[in-house]
Design a binder for this molecule. Sequence first.
Ligand SMILES: NC(=O)c1ccc[n+]([C@@H]2O[C@H](COP(=O)([O-])OP(=O)(O)OC[C@H]3O[C@@H](n4cnc5c(N)ncnc54)[C@H](O)[C@@H]3O)[C@@H](O)[C@H]2O)c1
Length: 327
Amino acid sequence: MGMKILITGGLGFIGQNLLRFLVSKKEIAKIIVVDNYSQIKNPDLKDLKNIKYFSKENYKINKSRINIIKANIKDFSFAKLICSEIDSVIHLAAESGVDISVNRPKYAFDVNVLGTFNYLEASRLNNVKNFIFASSGSVFGKATPPMHEDYEKKPISPYGSSKLAIESFCNSYASVYDIKTTILRFSNAYGNHSFHKNSVISKYIKNILNNKPLIVFGDGRQTRDYIHVNDIVMAIFRSIKTRNKSESYHIGTGVETDLNQIIKIMSSIFKKLGYNIPVIIHEDNRVGDMKNNSLYIKNTYKKLNWKSSIQLNEGIKNTISWYISNQ
Ligand SMILES: NC(=O)c1ccc[n+]([C@@H]2O[C@H](COP(=O)([O-])OP(=O)(O)OC[C@H]3O[C@@H](n4cnc5c(N)ncnc54)[C@H](O)[C@@H]3O)[C@@H](O)[C@H]2O)c1
């Protein structure tokens, strides 16, 4: 019998890429998505076959390979119901905006901590084998990159704190109960299906396409570890299949790239496509943002046998093409 996978937040950026990848895998018999449609109101999944849509009230067990259920992860009763007969939960649902967590910390806490805890607990109660949690490099706060797994974790945003809180529950659940919890700390993701994102690569592509200025916070020398979403999807797939015990893995490239470099790469690709590059406006740094960031990835390679394979230039080029054909 094939595997049954539950993806929370499966209509989001990483979720939609993961969903399409998992559909191509024969060993996956069923994929259930739980999402409240808060980021994408009308998801376009026409390319996927054998798919059924439900509200949480009218959901019934059925034969469709893909089930998309509109539900809020804050609903614990529904979490308990939907986690029955699931082999792996991939928990992506979150309020993923750092700035939103700074402005609305209680809201971010309710979704990212309470909502996530609901699915961890529902997984335990239903004997789910794997709980895979989308964490973030933001748990390290201002540490000097590359962030090593052993570094002290001192988040500088409520978003980072919410991720760290759940990491802690994943660790205690793994040691007390018979559940495997896998923590994946993603660095900064970019790629297809990210129209709704406010991350810098998405924002800049949209602004260039609409001839709007590019805003740079500070001097543009702040760095991030940019990882293509297809690489993340591969890492999640490896985490589903690995026989390793509960672990945390760093899912990044280990490479730091600054904003000025991102603008340079994009400008060159867009110019070749015949687009004008809009003006660049400098504004003050944002609260809760770290200056430099990249993840130490060598242990992930050793333990999970995964490393990123998509180069930044190539990844940005493909992402731009996707935006142009889907705008
Ligand atoms: N994108 C990145 O660069 C990045 C980096 C590190 C970690 N992460 C983590 O990876 C996960 C996925 O990120 P993403 O970029 O795809 O984000 P996203 O915002 O595109 O997707 C999140 C999905 O969760 C859903 N959701 C939000 N609140 C919900 C709720 N209360 N109930 C049900 N569904 C809800 C949204 O509708 C959305 O479809 C998140 O947990 C995020 O914190 C992302």
